[in-house]
Design a binder for this molecule. Sequence first.
Ligand SMILES: [Fe+2]
Length: 298
Amino acid sequence: MALTATWNTAHLTRKADTCVAIGVTYEGRDPRLLERLLPFADCIEVTLETIAEVHDGEIALSREVMHELKNIGRAAQIVVHGVGLSIGSHEGWSPTYFRLLDEFLEQVDVAWHSEHLAYTRVDGQHLGIMLAMAKTHEALDLICERVDAIHARYKLPFLLENVVHVVPDAPGDFSEAGFLNALAARTGCGLILDVYNLECDAHNQGFDIEGFLAELDHRHVRELHVACGVEDNGFLLDVHSRLVRPSTLDLAERVVRSANGAVQVVTYEFMPEAIPGLGHDAIVQQLLELRRVLGRLP
Ligand SMILES: [Fe+2]
């Protein structure tokens, strides 16, 4: 089921100084940071699992954080970005994720919601990591069926994001870009391109970013993620603990330009655990840098 009509009306608003909206993660419980972010962010990205708490054995969204998010009002739009759905698990996805999403959407208006094109669970065992899907017809059919079900359930634009390849892909039927093109064309879902993840794959697996971008149908790319992690034993990790490298900003700028208006938001992602190390000032400066870089585009 293509949701072209939904995408036609799903536009993130932005301040006048940039060609796309600027987004930033915020996981609650740091109101002083939120106050600093809002003047420079058009969009706040919320991860449900991070704002969830367990009470009496039941997982539910933190009332304190939901109160904060409801108070944002018109100061910024909110998008949901999940990590726990495990859309690619062969035995099924997480029902808990949908319960959290239902609870969230009952309370807060969102522009769209998104997840990762990956699986985090095998045979009921949590992997503690996201693994990229095999690029096979069978995997494509499974994901498309599930995206259709998500569209039918929520009537909201839904996006899927490329994850880092912790291990090389097994031989498949599609290239990386070919799989994303087919997925978006068949379901009408949007794509989030995490350009730092592309750089990790290039560093760790020799991934050909230029070949990928040349093959990717940019019309489906609605959002970009920028972030930075650390290198460990020669492996570049997507731990989201640092400020964005110039090469990542350049890549984001290039994709926004070549997507010809399809990209609506570029989001800076960092883990809550990284905030003390980064500091509020540096995070604000990062948003200003994004506004500067993306402000010079036509
Ligand atoms: Fe990301």
